[in-house]
Design a protein around this ligand. Structure first.
Ligand SMILES: Nc1nc2c(ncn2[C@@H]2O[C@H](COP(=O)(O)OP(=O)(O)OP(=O)(O)O)[C@@H](O)[C@H]2O)c(=O)[nH]1
Ligand SMILES: [Mg+2]
Length: 246
């Protein structure tokens, strides 16, 4: 029977990005009563799940980028010897279980998973692409739920927004008192979770000397820059200079 496990030798070569996405979260999050378009409790639970992954999964992503119900992890090391089945099952299942324990153990959730092989120099382009999607998603969902809150039917709101460009939606929202450029940065640009090395000052009583050691701490950044800007370029340069494990 073992020889029938025909996919178990499929492997990828690092570096890779693993992107997971909540399955059917539109309905699942509605059922759980989360606020629309953005709910802080939902986003906190996603961030807690990612932080737990960094601390306890035994895997060492360089960073994670998240918005809405998706998370991208960047790996430089050869997690699970590159075995596709392992990567695509263990990572989403860890996040599903951490997320459910954090939020509502009565509501099981699942995430799909895909692996994107990249070169180090592709990471910026990848992140710019996902952040553009975060922004599109932000402006779209604010416009959609603002129309719904005015009493418009779902299909009418969807029809009204179809084929509208970002500047039209900006205008539509502004007329209704929502300044989209002033909503929290994490909603417009997404969130980065990473390990950060910090210097710890100590004291060695035997030698009677001050000591310094480095520890890595998981750090979540809710105020990230626009990746395609100059500030964003400097931010990513620093982010990618981080070691995978420390
Ligand atoms: N209420 C609420 N919904 C959210 C929030 N963040 C993301 N979502 C929902 O998550 C969905 C994510 O989009 P998709 O991944 O394309 O949709 P999905 O329903 O998860 O469907 P599949 O991923 O194809 O299984 C959005 O449509 C939103 O409805 C939030 O903070 N609050
Ligand atoms: Mg989804």
């Amino acid at each position: 029977m073992k020889r029938r496990e025909i996919y178990s030798d499929l492997r990828c070569i690092p570096p890779v990005i693993v992107r997971i996405d909540g399955r059917n979260f539109k309905n699942a999050l509605s059922r759980m009563g989360f606020e629309k378009p953005y709910d802080e409790k939902f986003t906190s639970a996603i961030v807690e799940a990612i932080e737990s992954f960094f601390k306890k999964s035994g895997l060492s992503p360089v960073f994670a980028y998240t918005f809405s119900d998706e998370i991208s992890f960047f790996f430089r090391d050869n997690a699970f010897d590159g075995r596709i089945e392992k990567i695509d099952s263990v990572i989403p299942s860890y996040i599903s279980s951490a997320f459910s324990l954090e939020l509502d153990p009565e509501e099981p959730v699942s995430f799909d998973s895909r692996i994107i092989p990249v070169h180090e120099e592709d990471v910026r382009e990848y992140l710019i692409w996902r952040q553009d999607e975060a922004w599109r998603n932000c402006i779209n969902s604010y416009a959609y739920y603002t129309l719904i809150s005015e009493g418009m039917e779902e299909h009418e709101a969807a029809k009204m927004l179809k084929n509208k460009v970002a500047s039209d939606m900006h205008e539509l929202l502004f007329e209704r008192g929502v300044n989209i450029s002033k909503v929290p940065a994490w909603q417009r640009r997404g969130i980065i979770v990473m390990k950060k090395e910090t210097e710890i000052e100590g004291f060695n009583p035997h030698l009677n000397v001050k000591t310094t050691s480095t520890r890595s701490k998981v750090f979540t950044d809710y105020e990230i820059p626009i990746f395609s800007s100059g500030e964003g370029e400097a931010f990513l340069e620093k982010l990618l200079a981080q070691k995978a494990d420390g």
